[in-house]
Design a protein around this ligand. Structure first.
Ligand code: HEM
Length: 160
């Protein structure tokens, strides 16, 4: 897996002249690397979920939700639904190949009109800094709405 990611990244690096910077088109070529990042986000959602307010009374799975109630929807339960993600605890980047997951089943960035506006920026940042290692491999992660590393997640980047 790491080897496929590395070869994808090395291929892009090899196509660059000395001093030539990464461009948008290069990011589009990092397909496998993005699949790996997506699978990481599926197994550990960076944002666990968020709130909505019912704008009308409705019934879901036998429960009646009155208008005005606050609803909390979770990314993690959706992304680990075995109906859409067979063997949901397995790390398998091939899930995103072809047409990928059914729409609105893979939702680390939410979906619909409130879809995360930072999605593409986050993708860019993740793919640009893909290769790093944690300085504190056993750093404690605090569950405070978002998984938050206790020491601020110091990392070591490698210069290419
Ligand atoms: C891995 C990185 C990120 C993840 C997983 C993530 C995830 C999410 C999720 C799940 C939502 C809720 C969507 C919904 O309610 O349907 C959201 C909303 C939002 N995100 Fe992100 N996000 C990320 C990065 C960013 C970045 C980098 C920015 C800004 C530069 C950003 C800005 C926002 C804003 C402003 C909203 C609120 C949108 C609204 O309510 O209309 N996010 N994000």
């Amino acid at each position: 897996m790491l080897i496929v990611c590395e070869s994808e990244q090395s291929e892009i690096m090899a196509s660059k002249k000395s001093g030539e910077l990464l461009e948008w088109d290069d990011m589009q070529k990092m397909k496998y690397s993005w699949n790996v990042a997506c699978e990481g986000m599926r197994l550990t959602a960076p944002l666990q979920g968020t709130f909505r307010e019912a704008i009308t009374d409705f019934t879901y799975a036998g429960f009646t939700i009155p208008k005005g109630w606050k609803i909390y929807w979770t990314v993690s339960t959706r992304n680990k639904n075995s109906e859409y993600f067979p063997d949901p605890e397995k790390f398998d980047p091939s899930r995103y190949e072809g047409n990928g997951p059914v729409p609105f089943t893979y939702v680390p960035f939410g979906g619909g009109p409130r879809l995360c506006p930072g999605k593409e920026y986050a993708r860019l940042a993740m793919l640009t800094f893909l290769k790093w290692e944690t300085v504190l491999p056993n750093e404690k992660i605090i569950g405070d709405m978002m998984p938050t590393p206790e020491q601020g997640l110091p990392i070591r980047l490698q210069l290419h």
